[in-house]
Design a protein around this ligand. Structure first.
Ligand code: BTN
Length: 239
């Protein structure tokens, strides 16, 4: 039985789930809000969290995996999110390594994984019923409603997503990270043979993706032939 903490407005479900984890909340504890006033994205960015439009959820996960599997947890959560979106909407999302769920070339969901002591705090934000986005996001973001031209049920998507997260984490715990890496590579057009730019601190790399290493990092074959392991950073199509 899952314990779901629901809020109309909250600063960030990540902060709340981390507090609950610190106080000993069991694995599977869920925090969901209609609106976030300080939604957190990756790399210190903010997450646009318009009231009533999105699914803003964080989960406490106490996992039976070692610390080095953490990057793969992000991939497992992306798979789960894409799966739930497909089930509820019929869309066929793509996965942009490491944490973006894409529809029609634009981002409709993002994953954020943090640690609180030994617990994983898994954050998932989905643009569900947004009719549009602020100018700085309009070229990059889409919503399930924009993509399907139909209003979607956030509650059904939440339940579907929680089931999908359970299933994906079970695969990780029982079959190991190789199983998740295989599934991710099958579900993502970005993992192999994709011409991309990769933003790295102080430099922009350009090359062709060449699979994932055993930790879940992206291998990039640069134009000059060098193979580089991308640990983090924004990946975008080069053509
Ligand atoms: C990203 O793509 O940058 C990750 C976005 C993660 C957003 C979600 S919304 C629910 C949870 N609470 C937050 O403050 N962030 C995550």
């Amino acid at each position: 039985m899952r314990r779901i903490h629901r809020f109309e407005t909250i600063d960030s479900t990540m902060r709340c789930a981390a507090d609950l984890a610190r106080d000993g909340a069991p694995s599977g504890t869920v925090v969901v809000a209609d609106e976030q006033t300080a939604g957190q994205g990756r790399l210190g960015r903010s997450w646009y969290s318009a009231k009533g439009d999105g699914l803003y959820v964080s989960m406490v996960l106490r996992l039976d995996v070692t610390g080095e599997a953490l990057p793969v947890v992000t991939l497992a959560l992306g798979l789960a999110t894409a799966d739930a979106i497909m089930r509820e909407t019929g869309l066929a999302p793509d996965l942009r390594w490491p944490n973006d769920v894409m529809v029609n070339g634009k981002k409709c969901a993002g994953i954020l994984v943090q640690l609180q002591d030994s617990a994983v705090i898994a954050g998932i934000g989905v643009n569900v019923n947004h009719a549009g986005f602020p100018a700085d996001l309009a070229q990059l973001a889409t919503s399930l409603r924009i993509a399907t031209r139909l209003e979607q049920s956030r509650e059904r998507l939440l339940q579907s997503m929680l089931d999908a997260v359970d299933a994906s984490i079970s695969i990780l715990e029982q079959d190991g990270k190789e199983a998740i890496l295989r599934l991710f590579a099958q579900s993502s057009s970005y993992v192999t043979g994709r011409r991309v730019f990769v933003d790295q601190p102080g430099q922009l790399l350009e090359g062709t993706t060449d699979g994932l290493d055993e930790s879940g990092f992206l291998i990039l074959r640069q134009n000059d032939g060098r193979r580089t392991l991308v640990m983090a950073g924004g990946v975008r199509p080069a053509s």
